[in-house]
Design a protein around this ligand. Structure first.
Ligand code: PMP
Length: 396
């Protein structure tokens, strides 16, 4: 029966990781993989997370199922983190949290919800976007459409995006990255979010905000500007949330699907459907990651520690962005790459061509994704000059 099954190529980034491992050059630099790295190139476990885990070992009383919506405490904490503790959306009981296996699991819940409850609606993705958006939404059977996001000069193409949004059929779903746009690093300004809100309202579109990097851009509250604005001003908003990056618990699969409805009654109707969607997919979400997050939020000391550690990660990334541009100054390239310092999150669309990316890999052992996406967190004080020199040599 298996004879007709074809082998497909593996994930491009995984191939890149293997190539990097096999590369004997001691100066090799990995800017490909999508996880945070510290100054030593390590993806660390946060101190607050370790402390919470130690506490959990002693306090955890059962391993029984946690239910299709997950841990209610986790849901409450995530809602407050996403909307702000004083949010009218929460006071009005318009938002429902369904814990999910990571941001990806939340996206799949969203996709299944749209496919089953809003049939016939297309889903609009930025071009480019995180490649797995295409995978998850098409696996759920949704019709995928694109809106432009980056122009030929490697700048945010807000005019192009807006023109596309203004022509999307009423009722379709628009995916927006809350902050730290993956793969480009180009985020919307407050004014641009206001403009997007107006178009969504006028054209009666349903936003699905992917919120995978809260606290990685400018701060917990600053990064939530877009989702908060939309939820406060629209009747209906979908949000997929992830704790993978901001708690560094990638493999614990900790995320949340949030549905904001016009009122409590409609929210409860939607919520009842989501329990079924979750049950049919995986029954219950994993409990360890959500227990870590809830333990941290329940302790003032652990919360402060986590908050400080998150700030350290964010500051490191934003400092690296500035150092990278400064490192290109002696080559006369600081203006050309100035946008790298303005972008936010781990990723940067560097504007390097596929050929330049290949030369960097083949001749300098610097690894990044073919699109020119670099993980800024792969830079450090030890490799910065080497990378800047190499980039200058391929650009000139
Ligand atoms: N959305 C975006 C934009 C992402 O970059 C990622 C992670 N790379 C996710 C969602 C999924 O995150 P998780 O690891 O929590 O599934």
């Amino acid at each position: 029966m298996f004879e007709p099954i074809e082998r497909v190529p593996g994930d491009a980034i995984l191939g890149l990781i293997q190539q990097f491992k096999d590369d004997p050059n001691p100066q090799k630099v990995d800017l490909g993989v999508g996880v945070y790295r510290d100054e030593d190139g390590v993806t660390p476990i946060m101190g607050a997370v370790k402390a919470a885990e130690k506490q959990l070992i002693d306090d955890e009383a059962t391993k029984a199922y946690i239910g299709s919506h997950g841990d209610p405490q986790y849901g409450e904490h995530v809602l407050k983190m996403v909307f702000g503790a004083e949010s009218a959306v929460l006071a009005d009981k318009r938002a429902s949290a369904t814990q999910a296996p990571g941001g990806t699991g939340a996206l799949r819940l969203a996709a299944d919800f749209i496919a089953s409850q809003l049939p016939g609606k297309s889903i609009w993705l930025s071009d480019p976007t995180w490649p797995n958006h295409l995978g998850v939404f098409s696996a759920a059977g949704l019709e995928i459409q694109r809106y432009p996001y980056v122009d030929a000069q490697n700048r945010l193409d807000f005019d192009g995006m807006l023109a596309a949004l203004e022509n999307i059929p009423k009722g379709d779903v628009v995916v927006l990255h809350a902050c730290c746009h993956n793969p480009t690093g180009f985020d919307l300004s407050a004014d641009q979010w206001q403009t997007v809100l107006k178009v969504l309202k006028d054209r009666e579109l349903l936003p699905l905000v992917d919120f995978a990097y809260q606290g990685f851009g400018n701060g917990i509250d600053e990064d939530a500007y877009g989702p908060r604005l939309l939820a406060e001003n629209l009747d209906e908003v979908l949000i997929t949330q992830s704790c993978s990056k901001n708690f560094g618990i990638y493999r614990e699969r900790t995320g949340c699907f949030i549905a904001v409805a016009r009122d409590t009654e409609q929210m409860e109707n939607v919520r009842s459907q989501l329990a079924i969607t979750a049950r049919e997919n995986y029954s219950n979400p994993p409990a360890h990651g959500s227990a870590i997050v809830a333990t941290i939020f329940n302790s003032d000391a652990l919360y402060q520690q986590w908050h400080d550690e998150l700030k350290t990660m964010r500051t490191r990334i934003n400092d690296l962005r500035k150092k990278f541009v400064a490192g290109l100054e002696p080559h006369g390239l600081a203006d050309r790459f100035a946008y790298v310092a303005e972008q936010r999150g781990m990723f940067s669309y560097t504007g390097l061509t596929e050929d330049q990316v290949k030369t960097l890999r083949d001749e300098h052992s610097i690894y990044m994704v073919g699109s020119g996406r670099a993980n800024v967190a792969g830079l450090n004080d030890a490799n910065m000059e080497y990378v800047c020199n190499a980039i200058a040599s391929v650009v000139k």
